[in-house]
Design a protein around this ligand. Structure first.
Ligand code: PLP
Length: 425
């Protein structure tokens, strides 16, 4: 038995399913999860000494590669001074200033500890601000695991075999309305069915938790317009796209100004960090200024802030990183399209910038329904082949391939040749 297998056996005795987040269990693809010993740049090494080219990057945070020397140094220097104070520290101020400077729609921002918390808190603020209770989300978008958001959610929920989660009170789900991604008609219908009741529309501006689905031309613009007309707040969940599509996220990439934005993943550089922010008049609802309560013992943690700040400074000072990374994503998708068409496999290559996805379906994927036509068994076989040839992509059809700034042309070409061999074998 490999060391990973031994660890998984032990883990299953004391952790539900042996994992602390469901997708890690490999249930959607079969095979045994790898336990990771260490990682460096774009490479990740398991406890048995196998090394892989990593296309997960901790689900996005490691945009500059694993174990980045400047980020590590910043975190270690902060750790030297104490791990947590439960009081304000200078790094929190710097972090807020930097984000407000990089993302024009954000005037005030509050730090939390995960993307889930950021979304949960943003929705509370949106409800407090508008005095309305319903929210619209899109099928297949994932916004973390808070009660109200586990309705037609993407990511691990799509392959868990449980359509929606047990334990979510009916009352919570009732206030969550679901629309169809890329379909404005479905949004307008909900607004007309519930006039004056909708506090907010929350969306992943590029959906990256049902595989990767880009917004159609004009979709986000129209959504912005309808929200304004209807007096509902537009919340961009940029937990994946924030600081990835550019340093001003998808909102900069597409030129849309949301009312509120949620962040996670990249802003923590691998530490547990989330944040939510937006227009001043909205964010002034948050305690202690306003009467929407939200707090956190470890929020704005000095070590987490130091790591995140180091990463954001590098991204801000080196805009060419985005150009190169997005070009590498483009190159990967173009070559992959060539391989797919030569092999005759019924697959779709989706993606935006450094986010890509190979869907095992003959149908173009533009929303949740079309994403669900994917052959997850075929994906599982493909995943296991790649893993056994040193390529580590997400263990689910419905996740993104994350390119980092340190993936080289050589890495990508090696990956493409393994994929080509997969269909030739
Ligand atoms: C990952 C993710 C979340 C949840 O973040 P956690 O830190 O896992 O709680 C929320 N929204 C989106 C778009 C995500 O990708």
């Amino acid at each position: 038995m490999s060391i990973s297998e031994q660890l998984f056996e032990r883990a299953k005795r004391v952790i539900p399913g042996g994992v602390n987040s469901p997708v890690r269990a490999f249930q959607a693809v079969g095979g045994n999860p790898r336990f990771i010993a260490h990682a460096e740049k774009e490479m990740i090494t398991d406890v048995d000494g196998n090394t892989y080219i990593d296309y997960i990057g901790s689900w996005g945070p490691m945009i500059l590669g694993h174990n980045h020397p400047a980020i590590k140094a910043a975190a270690m220097a902060a750790a030297e001074k104490g791990l947590s104070f439960g009081a304000s520290c200078p790094a929190e101020v710097e972090m807020a200033e930097l984000i407000c400077e990089m993302v024009p729609s954000i005037e005030l921002i509050r730090m939390v500890n995960s993307g889930t918390e950021a979304v949960m808190s943003a929705l509370r603020v949106a409800r407090g601000y508008t005095g309305k209770s319903k929210v619209i989300k899109f099928e297949g978008c994932y916004h973390g695991h808070s009660d109200g958001m586990l309705v037609k959610a993407g990511s691990g929920v799509m392959t868990s075999g449980v359509p929606d989660s047990a334990g979510v009170p009916e009352g919570c789900a009732r206030d969550t309305l679901t629309a169809v991604y890329n379909d404005m008609e479905s949004v307008r219908t909900l607004f007309s069915e519930c006039p004056g009741e909708i506090a907010a529309v929350i969306i992943e501006p590029v959906a990256a938790n049902m595989g990767v689905v880009a917004p159609k031309e004009g979709f986000l613009e129209e959504l912005r317009q309808v929200c304004t007309e209807q007096g509902a707040l537009l919340i961009f969940d940029e937990v994946i796209t924030g600081f990835r599509l550019g340093f001003d996220g998808a909102q900069g990439y597409y030129g849309i100004e949301p009312d509120m934005t949620t962040f996670g993943k990249i802003i923590g550089a691998g530490m547990p960090v989330g944040a939510y922010g937006g227009r001043r008049d909205i964010m002034e609802m948050v305690a202690p200024v306003g009467n929407v309560y939200q707090a956190g013992t470890l929020s704005g943690n000095p070590v987490a802030m130091a790591a995140g700040l180091a990463q954001l400074h590098i991204l801000k000072d080196h805009p060419e990183i985005y150009r190169n990374m997005n070009e590498m994503g483009e190159y990967f998708r173009n070559e992959l399209r060539g391989i797919v068409s030569r092999s005759g496999a019924p697959c779709q290559v989706n993606g935006v910038g450094s986010l890509s996805c190979l869907f095992f379906t003959a149908e173009p994927v533009t929303d949740y329904r079309s994403a669900k036509t994917a052959d997850v068994k075929a994906f599982g076989e493909y995943f296991r082949y790649l893993l056994s040839h040193g390529i580590y992509v997400a263990p689910s059809q419905f996740e993104a391939v994350f390119m980092s700034s340190v993936h080289t042309r050589e890495d990508v070409d090696k990956t493409l040749s393994v994929i080509e061999d997969y269909w030739r074998k």
